[in-house]
Design a protein around this ligand. Sequence first.
Ligand code: 13P
Length: 360
Amino acid sequence: MALEEFREQLAATAAALAEPGTGLLAADESTGTIGKRFEAIGLENSEAHRRDYRSLLATADGLADAISGVILYEETLFQDSNDASGGLPIVELFQRQGIVPGIKVDQGVEPLAGGLAGESWCTGLKGLAERASRYYARGARFAKWRAVLQITASGCPSELAVRENAWGLARYARTVQEQGLVPIVEPEILMDGDHDIATTASVQEWVLRIVYEALAVNGVFLEGSLLKPSMTLAGAACPHQPSAQEVGDFTVRTLSRTVPAAVPAILFLSGGLSEEDASLALNAINQAADGVGAPWHLGFSFGRALQHSCLKHWGGTDVAAGQAALLARARANGAASRGCYDAGSEPSDDASLFVANYSY
Ligand code: 13P
């Protein structure tokens, strides 16, 4: 079908994901990545354990109060749950709670020929229309594609990496919109490095300018799209780490200069911040946004910062403890999306979740 026929539905889906006080649960770890999470709690990376864990997420009662959508990995979208009611599809358990299911559609990054050392491009365009239409038929209403850039003293990101990754995001966004899926456009700038926050801000402004230019060239319908950026932070090894308020001010300035007001929501990734730091930064971003009357909903699409203590408390067996930890971080981030989170008012694990050159 042509994009025209999906316009209204795309805008309605994007608006549902931009509901005030909510964000997304990014539970789309690839099989390899969830294996690393399980390893940390001493659990084998089997299909049954993945099903148990994702069933825990889908049956957390009250999750929809702060979670409007969930990003799934392909296996989960087609997997039946372990629930007592007879193994309903996991996707249906989320839908019953009123949580919109989405799907990771990129197929990971590969080294970028002609780029600088460590630079990548994101794969998954071939066959994408056909995959997107199958995902739509199974209930998915939005998609995610993660492109990765990094800032280094040796000149990354190169112009080639910025343009290639922006173009890939735009081709993906246009392709999935034609199949009825709202594209989440994710140009992540990694926290790796010792650069300061002003450097991140100027690189991120450049990246977002090129991304929105590519979306325009491809005729992407902005009202039916969402942006998932990293927050404007200093590099993880920068000796001067900015306060949450500085992060809020810089992030809102970066976005105000580059993201069209037609985009309904900006849903940040957590990128390696600890659970509490991610909530505090999101809270400060919303407070800064209120000050300047920013046009978009500023929410979250956290993976690690929503699931870290949940995984730990679950440990493969204790579903109630895992769900309680998940709900606590969901509530914290729901409040932070309104700029009214009280520091420390919800339990968290304060471990840094930063992993060098992280892959999802
Ligand atoms: P983190 O919040 O763990 O960075 O992951 C979000 C995500 O979906 C990255 O693509």
